[in-house]
Design a protein around this ligand. Sequence first.
Ligand SMILES: *[C@@H]1O[C@H](CO)[C@@H](O)[C@H](O)[C@H]1NC(C)=O
Ligand SMILES: *[C@@H]1O[C@H](CO)[C@@H](O)[C@H](O)[C@H]1NC(C)=O
Ligand SMILES: *[C@@H]1O[C@H](CO)[C@@H](O)[C@H](O)[C@H]1NC(C)=O
Ligand SMILES: *[C@@H]1O[C@H](CO)[C@@H](O)[C@H](O)[C@H]1NC(C)=O
Ligand SMILES: *[C@@H]1O[C@H](CO)[C@@H](O)[C@H](O)[C@H]1NC(C)=O
Ligand SMILES: *[C@@H]1O[C@H](CO)[C@@H](O)[C@H](O)[C@H]1NC(C)=O
Ligand SMILES: *[C@@H]1O[C@H](CO)[C@@H](O)[C@H](O)[C@H]1NC(C)=O
Length: 305
Amino acid sequence: MRSGVFFYSCNNMGLHVTWFCLVSMLYMICGIVCFEKKLLFSTSTGYLKDIDLETGVLRLLGNADSGVFALAYDKTERYIYVPRFTSGDILRFPYPNNKTIVFESVVSGNQPGGIAFDSANSHLYWTEPKEGNIMRCNSDGSNVITIINGTGTPAALTIDIANRWMYYSQDISNGTLQRLTLDGKESRVIDNQASWVYGICIDDQRLYWMDNLMGDLKSAWYNGSDVETIVSTNSTKRNWDIDINDDFIFYTSNTTILKTGKSPGQNLTVVHTDTDQITGILFYKQEGKNTCISKITNIVYKIIA
Ligand SMILES: *[C@@H]1O[C@H](CO)[C@@H](O)[C@H](O)[C@H]1NC(C)=O
Ligand SMILES: *[C@@H]1O[C@H](CO)[C@@H](O)[C@H](O)[C@H]1NC(C)=O
Ligand SMILES: *[C@@H]1O[C@H](CO)[C@@H](O)[C@H](O)[C@H]1NC(C)=O
Ligand SMILES: *[C@@H]1O[C@H](CO)[C@@H](O)[C@H](O)[C@H]1NC(C)=O
Ligand SMILES: *[C@@H]1O[C@H](CO)[C@@H](O)[C@H](O)[C@H]1NC(C)=O
Ligand SMILES: *[C@@H]1O[C@H](CO)[C@@H](O)[C@H](O)[C@H]1NC(C)=O
Ligand SMILES: *[C@@H]1O[C@H](CO)[C@@H](O)[C@H](O)[C@H]1NC(C)=O
């Protein structure tokens, strides 16, 4: 609508502004086409899908043939990492990708559950709840090291790259949320009322998590104070992963993905309802604005030449 009006007024201006109009229009198209926003998710049956949040178009990306409870993205090398709980390994595939995805094997793990990627250091972290391990390797699966071993059934994991901390939850009813230095040497309990938390993430102010048992989506300051319940899904034992963008929290509950604001009392929107239970979720926003603008600029130069 807006670009239609723009086009009309462009046509009615003198020739001297035509190039300016053309360039502006290309930038506008660029804003719509190039900066896509998507939600990727996994189901309890191992399907990986994405939804374009602008158009609502749903795509089946592939089948991991295993329970997948979390997803991570390396925005530098542009890979999605997929921990396969039942198969006992971690795969990756390039994203964004228009073709059918082809998985690459990265590393084996003992029932990997949670996963997080530190793009600043090209390190992949994952949890092994049954073993009580948090593990790390390089993006290609080399140099596997144990960060913590044999304690506390770690489940969901997220990394605060700026402050060099990770936050993780536990796969038990009387669980805690803990903060750990990236080398695993110092830890601190942030919250001690977190039963089976499988979704955890942070923004530049607060920590957010989803309680699987009661379906309480909560948030607190990094130090654990000011805990508030944003939403109670009331869907017992069917609440899995969460992710955030600047304004919203996306969370999975049973067969649906929902969206709400970051504080209590805001509207809930159903983003998608699937045939299977939805487990892992990841918000993706295309970066690389400069690449896009330079592409458009090249097109403009070609037209002028
Ligand atoms: C996917 O296809 C769209 C439209 O055909 C194109 O603009 C985009 O560059 C393609 N992306 C990749 C990663 O190939
Ligand atoms: C964990 O610690 C135990 C005992 O110290 C050791 O036998 C085991 O190999 C360690 N596991 C890993 C994955 O490092
Ligand atoms: C949680 O409960 C189990 C068994 O009921 C107990 O062994 C464990 O010590 C408890 N953990 C914490 C952190 O309270
Ligand atoms: C926790 O962090 C918040 C926000 O930074 C701060 O206002 C509060 O005083 C801190 N609480 C404690 C107990 O340190
Ligand atoms: C869950 O139950 C509580 C208490 O009955 C209610 O206030 C809340 O709106 C319910 N949540 C949803 C998402 O329906
Ligand atoms: C989960 O969704 C299924 C299918 O819609 C429904 O039959 C079931 O009652 C739901 N379970 C819970 C706990 O909400
Ligand atoms: C919720 O949605 C309604 C209708 O779209 C809108 O009027 C209201 O302001 C929204 N409330 C919040 C807290 O965003």
